[in-house]
Design a protein around this ligand. Structure first.
Ligand code: ATP
Ligand code: MG
Length: 571
């Protein structure tokens, strides 16, 4: 928490506190003035005194309102600024997360952390700037003022004050663990909610709606129960405080009445005492709130810092090599092993191959055999455990990440489009591409006809995740996006799977236009897609079980099995 607070500019902190203090002093002066106006003015019928003291009181009130407004303004601005900064930092950090980093947190938790947790910090910072110094200062000042006005009556506080303090402390001690666990439970809720949203069709198709609803309801109940438990304990706070305050005031009036009767005290002083009681109680309440919110903010701050402190496992080297994207493409794997973080078995084992300019390398293999992982290693979404991946004769780890990724036209297995327009999505490949470039890429990706058919053409809207397009249309748009890049290395991760045989063939024929100098890697499940490749790798459980042309590989058992099973299907 402290680390986050330290980011607040000193002037803002000092300013907010100074104005809050001014407000407090004003508020503390008012009861004394009330006492004076009653004793010197009302009691004696002295209009002159009433006017002059009344005038002072109005001035003080204006001062109180003015400084309160300024202090709230500074505090609000500062806390919102801090929140904005943190959100930006978290977002840019998360964008640089590697696959492993991402897995450590989970998407749902990252979303809670960047929304709910930051909000918690904003509220807390606001409160700290307004109250943390103010509450104790007001408390002490009110007590001092009370003692000055009447030491004898102040003795009442000596009894009720500590009782109040102890009760508040005990209640808050009981509440704070619940507040802590509430934050974690929001995470759980978000996780289920997100999964439900993204998987809504699967849930329906498998008739799991009921099950999912119950899962959500359970987590929801769990959260609500915790919140209720916390609130229930909190709910004792107010009645206890008012009771004690009332008792204090009764005692004050009773003792005060005696003192007034004995002419040792004026009515005004008693009234000002009642006011001080309010201030004292109010200060206790502020202190109480701080103690409630601080533990919760502490948890939030920790969760935010965890993200900010995460060491990004994949970053650019100090002195990167630099290569022009126009260079003829080349990708080489040398004895590459790969395994995930603390997993035991290798996902890839001793993989070596190379693909040069104008060549096409195809990778075929069962699901989970490690095909996408090979693509991830070239893109440096993960780093090899052993061996080396080379692009244009340099290890991928020698490039700056920007440069490396600039060299590669990558079509991910899951065609991911972004909310916006088709044009905006295609420009992801190259922000300076002209409309002609875009249409050319669409033509090669066999999507010119369907985009021309849309009333808005290139400006046709794309909804979140590209959900307003079919699977095949999304795939072709994401292929076009990669072509716009004009790179000399292309990776198509299962990018033709949603296309019919004719479109698949036409697309690959058209690709020859752009891949003349390029090293092309095609990952596929269909033999027909990869049949013409210069080299085909048969991947089996992370190992290369065969490598060669289609004809050569017909001697390979696994490959022949794949071929035969697909011929059977076609029949
Ligand atoms: N984050 C992860 N942590 C641990 N293991 C993982 C992780 N992601 C993938 N794996 C494992 O890595 C292996 C290879 O996955 P990969 O995605 O490369 O397979 P693939 O050949 O592309 O499969 P598909 O044809 O289904 O796309 C799988 O067996 C999977 O269990
Ligand atoms: Mg895959």
């Amino acid at each position: 928490m402290w680390r986050l607070i330290k980011r607040i500019p000193v002037w803002a902190m000092v300013g907010a506190i100074l104005f809050a203090m001014t407000q407090a002093v004003g508020e503390l002066l008012l009861p004394t003035q009330t006492a004076r106006i009653i004793d010197d003015g009302v009691a004696t019928g002295n209009m002159q005194a009433i006017y002059s003291i009344g005038g002072q009181m109005i001035l003080i009130t204006l001062l109180v309102i003015g400084s309160a407004t300024i202090s709230v303004f500074i505090a609000a601005r500062t806390s919102q600024n801090l929140g904005r900064e943190l959100r930006n930092e978290i977002y840019s950090k998360v964008l640089r997360f590697s696959k492993e980093n991402m897995g450590d947190f989970g998407e749902a938790s990252l979303i809670t952390r960047s929304s709910n947790d930051i909000q918690q910090i904003e509220v807390t910072v606001m409160m700290i700037m307004r109250m943390v110094l103010l509450a104790p200062a007001m408390l002490v000042a009110a007590v001092v003022m009370a003692v000055i006005s009447s030491p004898e009556l102040s003795l009442v506080y000596a009894v009720t004050g500590p009782i109040l303090a102890i009760l508040i402390f005990v209640i808050l001690r009981m509440v704070s663990p619940y507040f802590k666990s509430m934050q974690r439970k929001v995470d759980d809720l978000n996780l289920i909610f997100r999964e439900g949203l993204t998987g809504v069709r699967v849930i329906r198709a498998f008739n799991r709606s009921k099950f999912e609803e119950e899962r959500f309801a359970t987590a929801n109940r769990d959260y609500a129960d915790t919140a209720i438990k916390a609130m229930f304990r909190m709910s004792f706070l107010m009645p206890i405080m008012t009771t004690i305050l009332s008792l204090t005031n009764i005692t004050l009036s009773w003792r005060g009445a005696h003192l007034v009767a004995a002419q040792e005290l004026s009515v005004g002083v008693i009234l000002s005492f009642v006011n001080y009681s309010f201030i004292i109680m109010f200060s206790f309440m502020m202190l109480g709130m701080i103690f409630v919110i601080l533990p919760r903010a502490q948890v939030s701050a920790q969760r935010i810092n965890e993200i900010l402190d995460t060491e990004i496992t994949i970053h650019s080297p100090e002195n990167p090599v630099s290569v022009n994207p126009a260079e003829p493409g080349k990708v080489v794997f040398e004895d590459v092993d790969f395994k995930f973080g603390n997993a035991e078995a290798n996902v890839l084992d001793n993989i070596s191959f190379q693909v040069g300019p104008g060549q096409t390398l195809a990778i075929i293999g069962g699901t989970g055999s490690g095909k996408s992982t090979i693509a991830n290693l070239i893109m440096r979404f993960s780093d090899v455990t052993a061996g080396s991946v080379k692009v244009h004769d340099h290890d991928v780890r020698d490039y700056s990440l920007d440069n490396l990724r600039q060299l590669i036209g990558y079509v991910p297995q899951k065609a991911n489009l972004f909310a916006g327009t088709i044009r905006e999505n295609l420009l992801y490949g190259n922000a300076n591409a002209s409309d002609d470039d875009l249409w050319y890429a669409l033509r090669i990706a066999q999507s010119e006809d369907f985009v021309r058919g849309l009333p808005e053409g290139l400006d046709a809207p794309v909804s979140q995740g590209g959900n307003n397009f079919s699977g095949g249309q999304k795939q072709r748009l994401s292929i076009a996006r990669a072509i716009v890049k004009h790179a000399n290395i292309y990776i198509f991760d299962d990018s033709f799977s949603a296309l019919d045989y004719t479109t698949d063939r036409k697309l690959r024929a058209a690709l020859k236009d752009v891949t003349a100098d390029a090293a092309t890697i095609i990952i596929a499940q269909r033999v027909s897609t990869i049949r013409d490749a210069d080299t085909i790798i048969v991947l089996d459980k992370g190992e290369i079980s065969g490598m060669g042309t289609h004809d050569e590989l017909m001697a390979n058992d696994i490959y022949r099995e794949i071929v035969e099973s697909q011929i059977k299907e076609a029949e």
